[in-house]
Design a binder for this molecule. Structure first.
Ligand code: LLP
Length: 424
């Protein structure tokens, strides 16, 4: 059986492997639920972007929110990547992981003044500003600290990314960006604000996008704006096309990053913008297929209309199925353990929404391990402590080596910072 996603996650004989390590061995060694990520897969994904961008002035800013483990960030920093952040907390993570603030773009619709001051002091490359109100606040914060803020305005190009409504961000009705119809006025305003230096223009139209055409449409809108602005004497040094490229969870066939970027570059060159600095903010397409969530089967519960396979991972560990109805492949870590049965794979949390997969054929019994594939992005980073469940451990794998990069969270970790009332 050919698994979707990364070739680094494959069966060797009947044992699922992540690179050269057996996934059930990892489960025994580090316990479950366990997130494990393949560095070779990350490297393969990053090099597809790199190949397409050879010879171009560019910066790949890994979107921290997809997977913000420090070791993952450190790995991207060592590859020379920049980062796309959306909070002061993510900035601290990047710095703690050895990332370079001068390669950081700061996105998000609700940056606070405190976060602006923190990012200015750190010396971030650019603020991706999403409203005129934010622009004015940033000008004030920059003025108060005697610094100048480099900004890009995030444009909402009103294109349909053809993805899940919760992760579509470039339509008129979304909260993101400045409407492209108001962009010229916003840039003129930015160019006059004290403490503001216009550094670029950006957009991000959604996530898990599986076609190139919405990107080309957005690109055209941004190039139209650049041409008008530059004709007026407002220089737009860089063009940031955001992230959003999808991955195969199942039978999706998104373009390869290399193919997508080549298609965008053709358009950029054809319109005479070949020399412009290019930024991208990929998250999922760099780490999504690199990760698996490994879980142990606790009980197998036959039911009248459904059989349930109750595992030790739950919606607090992996929210995507409960939150978006996302389909993620679930496989046995050891194959050939009897006849498959059809199960709903569910966690121990007290909610019917706590499911990881529905109607899945699996040959499993209690004590067996299953792996949820393509769980490298928006998985651990969206986990919570619901039901006072400690968050999973994480390991990074390279060849036959595995490093524990996050310890399993204890209850003591969870209640640290909580206080009982005084008296009795
Ligand atoms: N840049 C900006 C401004 C973003 O908002 C995002 C993601 C990215 C870059 C990275 O996008 P990517 O390349 O990873 O698609 N939790 C959802 C996905 C939310 C995406 C939010 N923004 C999920 O699990 O599908």
């Amino acid at each position: 059986m050919r698994l979707p996603g990364a070739p680094e996650v494959a069966y060797r004989g009947d044992s699922l492997h992540l690179e050269d390590l057996s996934v059930s061995e990892l489960a025994r060694r580090f316990g479950t639920p366990l997130y494990a990520y393949s560095t070779a897969s990350m490297e393969r994904a990053l090099s597809a972007y790199r190949r397409a961008l050879v010879g171009r002035d560019h910066l790949i800013c890994y979107a921290v929110k997809a997977n913000s483990n420090l070791a993952v960030l450190q790995w991207f920093a060592r590859q020379g990547c920049g980062f796309d952040i959306v909070s002061g907390g993510e900035l601290e993570r990047v710095l703690a992981a050895g990332g370079d603030a001068a390669r950081v773009v700061f996105s998000g619709v609700g940056k606070t003044r405190a976060e602006m001051a923190q990012a200015l002091a750190a010396g971030v490359l650019c603020f991706n500003v999403e409203s005129v109100g934010e622009l004015e606040a940033l000008s004030a914060v920059a003025g108060a600290s005697g610094r100048s803020a480099r900004v890009s305005l995030r444009i909402n190009p009103d294109v349909d990314a053809k993805t899940h409504p919760y992760i579509s961000t470039g339509l008129r009705g979304n909260k993101f960006g400045i409407a492209h119809t108001e962009a010229l006025a916003a840039f003129r305003h930015a160019a006059e604000q004290p403490g503001i230096e216009v550094a670029g223009i950006d957009c991000h139209i959604g996530s898990q996008i599986t076609e190139s055409s919405p990107y080309v449409e957005a690109l055209d809108r941004l190039l139209d704006l650049i041409e008008t602005l530059e004709a007026e004497g407002i220089a737009i040094p860089h063009l940031d096309l955001g992230g959003g490229l999808g991955i195969a969870y199942d039978t999706e066939t998104p373009p390869d990053a290399e193919e997508l970027i080549r298609r965008l570059l053709e358009r950029i060159d054809a319109r005479g913008h070949g020399g412009r600095k290019l930024l991208f903010e990929p998250g999922r397409s760099l780490v999504g297929n690199a990760g698996v969530l490994v879980s142990e089967v606790i009980y197998v519960k036959p039911g009248e209309s459904k059989n349930f396979c109750i595992v030790d991972a739950a919606m607090n560990d992996l929210a995507r199925p409960a939150m978006y109805g996302a389909w993620m492949r679930i496989v046995e870590c050891e194959r050939g353990q009897g006849e498959p049965q059809v199960f709903d794979v569910v966690g121990p949390i007290c909610e019917s929404g706590d499911w990881l997969g529905r109607d899945r054929a699996l040959a499993v019994r209690p004590g067996a391990h299953v792996a949820i594939l393509s769980a490298g992005a928006y998985a651990m980073s969206m986990s919570s402590n619901y039901n006072t469940r400690g968050r999973a451990a994480e390991v990074l794998v390279s060849g036959d080596q595995a490093w524990l990069v996050r310890e399993r969270e204890t209850t003591a970790d969870q209640i640290r910072g909580e206080h009982l009332l005084p008296g009795r």
